[in-house]
Design a protein around this ligand. Structure first.
Ligand SMILES: *[C@@H]1O[C@H](CO)[C@@H](O)[C@H](O)[C@H]1NC(C)=O
Ligand SMILES: *[C@@H]1O[C@H](CO)[C@@H](O)[C@H](O)[C@H]1NC(C)=O
Ligand SMILES: *[C@@H]1O[C@H](CO)[C@@H](O)[C@H](O)[C@H]1NC(C)=O
Ligand SMILES: *[C@@H]1O[C@H](CO)[C@@H](O)[C@H](O)[C@H]1NC(C)=O
Ligand SMILES: *[C@@H]1O[C@H](CO)[C@@H](O)[C@H](O)[C@H]1NC(C)=O
Length: 505
């Protein structure tokens, strides 16, 4: 065994301060240097937390550089550092056991608690949460400017923005913001590509997909479909069959500002579309909450993250989950905790053993403590589509990969295919007419796990048997896919070296 120099023993234990663009940042890492984390003050009093894992598999290959994946969680307000890392793709699960399907086998992994207020990130004043996807992208750009100065490796490792759910809207706005900063010489980085996994790129197309999809798979019948589309009967249904506070419902309904005419005639999805077209995004967000509740009850509480499952919802949870602003967050993590065998809840895990390991989280900051204000802050942008941004990235030659789980409802493949057809990109027709290639994973040709097609810089993966959380439901094919997306020099899956990954201090 090589003797470590006293310096290398000491260094990681120091709190490292570094200055970047005049902003003070704070960082720390494991004693072996394989993990680093810290805060960057992206705006005065707005602190973003990041956590970078260096892969032990890193190879220098003539076939291509070693990639870095920046994972962008959704919500808004869901933590990449917590959920993405410990429940989806990081080297350890929430029992601190190695995850054999970790994406660290193919790339370095950068998790961020984005936007500020999410996870361990925090704002000192609640008015500092972001109001738009662009503001989130600006903060992330500030983070990457600071980070690429500190971690030189990032400057040569192509960066892939990989998003889930709402994260897709951050990814495309961030992609454009990074290209601009790189072009202006403000940022030394290579944008490798963008991957959109079950992302909320066009809310209108998703709300229109729900009813027909559920009807096709017997979770709604014609009658239920019709009724759930009618505003007035939806309203009555909710009041009559679900034990909720009438006044709450009433205020929500009138907050959406619908005229009597609209109430008695148009479908909810149609009403959402009209509000989006008129730029009344907050009203559209309120109606979206209403539509989710209605679909839930007519389908006897289908799980929006996997339509083959029940959400486990009931009339009492409806009030607390379906109709408050923090909603999406709670449903989001309850689905994942049902997948996760850890004892105790995930909140205490993050605020207990993980907070202790990280050492630099301020005492009064608790993981997830500000997630509700993150969601509320973005309520005016939540329903805004980002199809134009995808178009812009495609026209600039950036590789854009779209992947979707077959069983997802909230960002259903049906809705994703619908917004894709709205692209103005000149390769779309050729892309659409191409045949797909079947995908297998450690299995024979009679065990199809998905399909893929690529034309120029647009790529699409259909992942069979997966709901909203693709890497959780189909880890093998997801790992293979991320290897292809990032063109990782490591070709094999499930390496021995990483299976033995240990919790490190
Ligand atoms: C990876 O883990 C899963 C679930 O624990 C297991 O079923 C699978 O066999 C493992 N794969 C390998 C190659 O170890
Ligand atoms: C934590 O306390 C510090 C110092 O008292 C304060 O500046 C900061 O705003 C607090 N942070 C939160 C998230 O409450
Ligand atoms: C949108 O909602 C606001 C209240 O939040 C309301 O005043 C306004 O009339 C609504 N607009 C429409 C067109 O429904
Ligand atoms: C209902 O909508 C249809 C089609 O948009 C329209 O022709 C009709 O006048 C509307 N009815 C009422 C009562 O508004
Ligand atoms: C896009 O991805 C393909 C592989 O799928 C690769 O050959 C190409 O170089 C990439 N283009 C850019 C601009 O990164």
């Amino acid at each position: 065994m090589k003797k470590s120099s006293p310096l290398s023993l000491l260094l990681p234990l120091f709190l490292l301060h570094w200055l970047s663009q005049g902003k003070l940042a704070l960082g720390l890492g494991t004693t072996d240097g394989s993990e680093e984390w810290g805060y960057v003050e992206v705006r005065p009093k707005a602190h973003m937390f990041w956590w970078l894992y260096h892969s032990p598999q890193r190879v220098h290959s003539p076939s291509g550089p070693w990639p870095t994946v920046l994972w962008l969680q959704g919500g808004p307000g869901a933590s990449g550092v917590g959920i993405g890392n410990f429940q989806e793709i990081g080297p350890l699960d929430s029992n601190l056991k190695p995850r054999n399907s970790t994406w660290l086998q193919k790339a370095d992994l950068l998790f961020v608690d984005n936007p500020v207020g999410t996870g361990f990130s925090f704002v000192e004043d609640e008015s500092l949460v972001v109001k738009t996807d662009e503001e989130a992208a600006n903060d992330l750009t500030a983070l990457l400017k600071a980070l690429s100065n500190k971690v030189q490796k990032l400057q040569t490792s192509p960066l892939f923005l990989v998003a889930e759910s709402y994260g897709g809207k951050y990814a495309v706005t961030l992609g454009l913001s990074l290209l601009k900063a790189i072009q202006n010489g403000e940022l030394k980085l290579r944008l490798g590509g963008i991957a959109l996994g079950d992302t909320w790129i066009s809310p209108e197309d998703f709300v229109f997909s729900w009813g027909p999809l559920l009807k096709d798979v017997s979770r709604l019948d014609d009658n239920g479909l019709k009724k759930s589309n009618r505003l007035i009967s939806s309203f009555d249904l909710i009041i009559n069959t679900i034990n909720i506070d009438y006044r709450l419902m009433d205020s929500l309904f009138f907050k959406s500002g619908l005229s009597n005419k609209l109430r008695s005639n148009n479908s909810l999805a149609e009403a959402i579309k009209q509000h989006i077209q008129n730029g009344q995004y907050k009203n559209a967000t309120n109606l979206w909450i209403l539509l989710e509740s209605v679909i839930s009850s007519y389908s006897n509480f289908v799980d929006f993250y996997n339509f083959m499952l029940d959400s486990g919802g009931d009339s009492s949870s409806m009030t607390s989950m379906g109709l408050s602003d923090g909603i999406s967050m709670k449903k989001y993590s309850s689905y994942l905790s049902s997948k996760d065998s850890s004892d105790g809840d995930f909140n205490s895990f993050m605020n207990g053993v993980i907070k202790k390991k990280l050492r630099i989280i301020p005492k009064n900051v608790s993981w997830g403590g500000q997630s509700d204000i993150v969601f509320t802050g973005l309520a005016g942008d939540f329903m805004k589509p980002r199809i134009n941004e995808v178009d812009e990235l495609l026209s600039k030659g950036v590789n854009v990969t779209v992947y979707n789980g077959q069983l997802d409802l909230i960002c259903a493949t049906k809705g994703t295919e619908a917004w894709l057809q709205k692209l103005k990109w000149d390769g779309l027709k050729k892309f659409t007419n191409l045949d797909r290639t079947p995908l297998f994973c450690n299995s024979g040709p009679k065990d199809t796990r998905g399909f893929r097609k690529s034309y120029k810089n647009l790529h699409f993966y259909w992942i069979l048997g997966a709901g909203h959380f693709v890497p959780v439901d189909q880890p093998c094919v997801s790992l293979q896919m991320i290897g292809e997306i990032t063109q990782s020099p490591i070709r094999t899956s499930y390496s021995r070296k990483l299976k033995g990954y240990k919790y490190k201090l």
